[in-house]
Design a protein around this ligand. Structure first.
Ligand code: HEM
Length: 479
C-alpha cells in the first residue's frame, strides 16, 4: 500500500487572528496568515483598517469576479501595483483599462502557443546544457531553486531576447529579482488605509538597488536590439519596436519596452523556476511517485531528448507538475480592486473595496478536494482531471487576465523535469527543513539545498522523435 506524502505548510491559526497580527505576518509571508477555517470559506467579507475586503473562495465566486464581472475587477490591488511599480512601471502585469488591452495585444503574440514548436528545441537545448553541467560538477550539492531560476531565465533569454543576454547578464537579472523579492512587502499599509494613489510609497534603499541592477541590464538590451536591428538581426522582443498602439498609432517608448521586457523576464522565469524547485522537493519525498515518473520518462523517451510532441505522451509528468502547481501555486494570491459597485448573492461590494482570490486557499479547500494537503498527482491524470472545476484550480489565474505564458510555462516545466530526471534524481540532505514563504511569489525560504544523484549513464544527445513534429499546446489538448 502506498502512503501519500503530506508536504509542509505554515501553521494555521485555530481562530482568525486579530487584523493587526494578520497584517504583520502577511507582510513577511502571505501564506502564513490564515486560520484553519479559511480553507472552508466560500465567500466572506471583513474590514482591514479602512478597507472593505472580500474573499472569493469558491468556483462560483471566482467565476463571478474574474469571468462574468471581470471589467469591474480587472484592476490589480494597490498593494500589488505599488510593490511592482518600481520594477515594471506601467508594464502589462499591473496596468489596466485601455493601456492593459493595448499592451496585452502587443505582448501576448510574442509568447503565444503557436510559437511552441519554435521554442521547444531551444528549451531542450538549454536544459541539456544544464544536465551536462550537472554531470561535470565536482560536488553533487546544488541549490535547486537557484539552479531552476538560472535555467528558466536562460530559456527566456534565448527564446525571447534572442541569445542577447549572455549567462553573466542573465544571472545578474535573476539575482536582482531575487533581492527585490526579499526586500519588498506585498501588503503596503498606506494602500490598505485607503490613502490616495499619489501619496509617495516608501521603498527601502535595497529595493531601489535591486531595481537599478535589473534596469541597467534591460536598458542595455533595448539599446542593443535597436542597434542590431539596423543590421537586419532580430529577436522576438524586437517586435515591440514595431508595435503600434491600436488607438493612438504611437510606437512604444524605450521605457515602455523596458517595462514589458521586465514583465516577460519576471513573469516568465520565476514562476516556472519555483514550480520546478517544488516538484524536485515533492518527488524527493514521495518515492512511489518518483518511480512512476521515471518509468514513464524511460519508456516514452527511451533515452532520447524529448521534443514538443513528446509532451502529450508524458501525462504522468504533466500530472506531477499540475499537482505541484496546486499545492504550491507560484502566485498564491490574486488581489484586485473593485472599479465599480457590484452585488454577489445579495451582498454589496462597494467601489474601491479589495477582492482577494487566493489560489493558496482554493487549491487546498476542504470542500473541493479529497485529501487537499496530500501530494496525489493521479488526480490530474486525464481519466480523472475532468472532475476538477476550472474555477477551482487556477495556478495561471482565469478570465481575460489569465497568464499570457501558460502554454510556454507548462511546456517548459514538463520538458525540464523530463530531461533532467532522465539522468538525475535530487535528494534532500538529512535533517533539512523546507518552509514555504510568499512575498511576491511562493518559494522555499532560503533556497532549496539538494544533492544530485545520477540515475543512469549520460543519455545519448541525439534528437528525440518529438523534435520533428509540431503539436498544439499539450495542456489544451488534454483538457
Ligand atoms: C508555471 C509557470 C507560470 C505560472 C504559474 C504563471 C502564473 C501567472 C498568473 C497567476 C498570472 C496572473 C496574475 C494576476 O492575475 O495577478 C500571470 C500573468 C502573466 N504571466 Fe504567467 N505564469 C507562469 C509562466 C509564465 C511564463 C513562462 C510567461 C512568459 C513567457 C508568463 C507571462 C505572463 C504575463 C505576460 C502575465 C500578465 C498577463 C496580463 O496581465 O495580461 N507567465 N502568470
Amino acid at each position: 500500500m502506498t502512503v501519500d506524502f503530506v508536504p509542509p505548510y505554515p501553521y494555521r491559526f485555530p481562530r482568525p487572528p486579530p487584523a493587526w497580527q494578520r497584517l504583520w505576518i502577511g507582510r513577511k509571508n502571505f501564506v502564513a496568515m490564515w486560520e484553519a477555517s479559511a480553507f472552508e470559506l466560500e465567500f466572506s467579507s471583513s474590514r482591514i483598517l479602512n478597507r472593505e475586503t472580500f474573499l472569493c473562495n469558491s468556483p462560483d465566486s471566482v467565476k463571478f469576479a474574474f469571468n462574468l464581472h471581470n471589467a469591474s475587477f480587472e484592476r490589480k490591488a494597490p498593494q500589488m501595483r505599488h510593490a511592482l511599480a518600481p520594477l515594471i512601471g506601467d508594464g502589462l502585469f499591473i496596468s489596466d483599462g485601455p493601456l492593459w488591452k493595448a499592451r496585452r495585444k502587443m505582448v501576448a503574440p510574442i509568447i503565444h502557443t503557436t510559437r511552441l514548436s519554435q521554442f521547444a528545441p531551444v528549451m531542450v537545448e538549454t536544459i541539456v546544457e544544464t544536465r551536462n553541467r550537472w554531470a561535470s560538477l565536482a560536488s553533487p550539492r546544488i541549490d535547486a531553486l537557484s539552479e531552476m531560476a538560472n535555467l528558466t531565465a536562460e530559456i527566456i533569454a534565448r527564446t525571447i531576447f534572442g541569445r542577447e543576454l549572455g549567462r553573466v547578464y542573465t544571472e545578474e537579472v535573476v539575482n536582482g529579482f531575487s533581492d527585490y523579492q526579499k526586500t519588498i512587502g506585498q501588503l503596503d499599509l498606506i494602500s490598505l488605509l485607503g490613502l490616495p494613489e499619489w501619496l509617495p510609497r516608501f521603498h527601502a534603499p535595497a529595493v531601489h538597488r535591486a531595481q537599478r541592477r535589473i534596469h541597467t541590464v534591460l536598458d542595455g538590451i533595448v539599446q542593443n536590439i535597436k542597434a542590431r536591428r539596423a543590421t537586419g538581426e532580430t529577436s522576438l522582443i524586437a517586435q515591440l519596436l514595431d508595435a503600434k498602439d491600436a488607438e493612438t498609432g504611437e510606437a512604444l517608448s524605450d521605457e515602455a519596452i523596458r517595462n514589458e521586457a521586465a514583465v516577460l523576464f519576471m513573469a516568465g522565469h520565476e514562476t516556472t523556476a519555483n514550480t520546478l524547485a517544488w516538484a524536485w522537493y515533492l518527488l524527493s519525498q514521495a518515492p512511489d511517485v518518483e518511480a512512476r515518473l521515471h518509468a514513464e520518462i524511460d519508456s516514452v523517451l527511451g533515452g532520447q531528448r524529448p521534443g514538443l510532441a513528446d509532451v502529450a505522451r508524458l501525462p504522468f509528468t504533466q500530472a506531477v507538475i499540475e499537482e505541484t502547481l496546486r499545492l504550491y501555486p507560484p502566485v498564491p494570491i490574486l488581489p484586485r480592486e473593485a472599479l465599480q459597485e457590484e452585488t454577489y448573492n445579495g451582498r454589496r461590494i462597494p467601489k474601491g473595496s479589495l477582492i482577494f482570490v487566493v489560489p493558496w486557499l482554493l487549491h487546498r479547500h476542504k470542500k473541493l478536494w479529497d485529501k487537499p494537503d496530500h501530494f496525489i498527482p493521479d488526480r490530474f491524470m486525464p481519466d480523472r482531471a475532468g472532475a476538477i472545476s476550472k474555477f477551482a484550480y487556477i495556478p495561471f489565474s482565469i478570465g481575460p487576465r489569465v497568464c499570457a505564458g501558460m502554454s510556454f510555462g507548462l511546456t517548459e516545466a514538463i520538458l525540464s523535469l523530463a530531461t533532467l530526471a532522465q539522468q538525475f534524481r535530487l535528494r534532500m540532505p538529512m535533517g533539512s527543513k523546507v518552509d514555504p514563504v510568499c512575498r511576491l511569489t511562493l518559494r522555499p525560504d532560503g533556497g532549496l539545498p539538494m544533492t544530485l544523484e545520477p540515475r543512469i549513464a549520460a543519455a545519448p544527445l541525439s534528437a528525440g522523435a518529438g523534435t520533428q513534429v509540431e503539436a498544439a499546446c499539450p495542456y489544451h489538448q488534454a483538457k
